[in-house]
Design a protein around this ligand. Structure first.
Ligand SMILES: [Mn+2]
Length: 307
């Protein structure tokens, strides 16, 4: 039995009453370079103890107005073949209440299509922030590899807006060129070629059902060293904040889910802190976009005794 995890030391609200759900998914089956992502969900949540309740960018304390529940982890089951395990994950998240912000902490990136399948059954858009193309149809014999999630998302009928990409395979480039459902912002185009504002305009324009997938390797490895497959280049912290502000600039945003994946805890704990704070920002910005700041103060923070 795994330990009970919490966000910022707050008690876990009943699942049906929670405004925010956090699902730990410590999946690690197909990692090809640096191992350790199975340890990430617990490491990130323990690091949330170091956050303040006040969120300085949106200027409020989200959990005065919102409740949160960290769900029991959805553990890997090595006895199950990959397709059966991923189907079980999809059914698990599909059965969760829908009127909330659903977030998941990985674990490797192969879990994203299974989460999307459970939360976004109609065609929608996935904003996919990653250093890598992740577009292989299969990798090392598995279509459930961390190298394949975008291919799976296209199979499910979604559009994919990719950004931060700085490592692709030749056949991935060919697929991107001929696939109209992919919008691609290469990292160099964003950071060196003046496409940053065009990217933010694209993010602001996203409408309808949305899903946000953040591979922690989208960040510069000078900020986040703890990832399975690091790449030079990448997002700064403030570029990520700008991206989130653009995404949540639409009031009432129909965001079906968010995942933070591929983190590998490391001794400095900086990478975990970046992930913990990123999760807090996403929760805060979503809450403001959905008008929770105008709701009564009956949130999870009020159940914490602190001085
Ligand atoms: Mn990835």
């Amino acid at each position: 039995m795994s330990e009970t995890l919490h966000f910022l030391s707050m008690p876990n609200a009943p699942v049906d009453a929670a405004d925010v759900l956090v699902l730990p998914v410590p999946l690690e089956r197909t990692v090809s370079f640096k191992p350790g992502t199975a340890l990430a969900p617990a490491a990130i949540l323990k690091t949330t103890d170091q956050l303040e309740f006040f969120e300085e960018d949106a200027g409020w304390s989200p959990f005065k107005h919102m409740t949160i529940s960290v769900l029991p982890e959805f553990a890997d089951n090595p006895a199950l073949p990959a397709d059966a395990w991923h189907d079980a994950l999809s059914r698990h998240v599909a059965a969760l209440p829908k009127q909330n912000l659903f977030t998941a902490l990985g674990g490797e990136h192969s879990l994203t299509p299974s989460l999307v399948a459970g939360r976004m059954t109609e065609p929608g858009t996935v904003l996919f922030l990653d250093a890598h193309g992740d577009l292989r149809s299969s990798y090392e014999g598995s279509k459930y590899s961390h190298a394949c999630p975008v291919y799976r998302l296209l199979e499910q009928g979604h559009q994919v807006v990719m950004a931060g990409i700085r490592s692709v395979f030749e056949s991935e480039v060919e697929l991107i060129d001929r696939e109209p459902r992919i919008t691609l912002f290469m990292d160099w185009d964003l950071n060196g070629q003046g496409q940053w504002n065009a990217f933010l305009d694209k993010v602001r324009s996203l409408n309808g059902p949305l899903y946000l997938s953040i591979d922690m390797d989208v960040f510069s490895p000078s900020l986040v060293t703890g990832v399975g497959t690091p790449q030079p280049g990448g997002f700064s912290w403030y570029q990520m904040i700008e991206t989130l502000e653009a995404l949540f600039s639409r009031p009432g945003i129909d965001l079906r889910g968010v995942d933070l994946v591929e983190l590998v805890p490391e001794p400095t704990r900086v990478s975990e802190m970046v992930a913990a704070k990123l999760l807090q920002k996403i929760i805060s910005f979503w809450g403001k976009a959905r008008g929770f700041d105008r709701k009564p103060q009956t949130g999870s923070q009020l159940q914490v005794e602190y001085d």
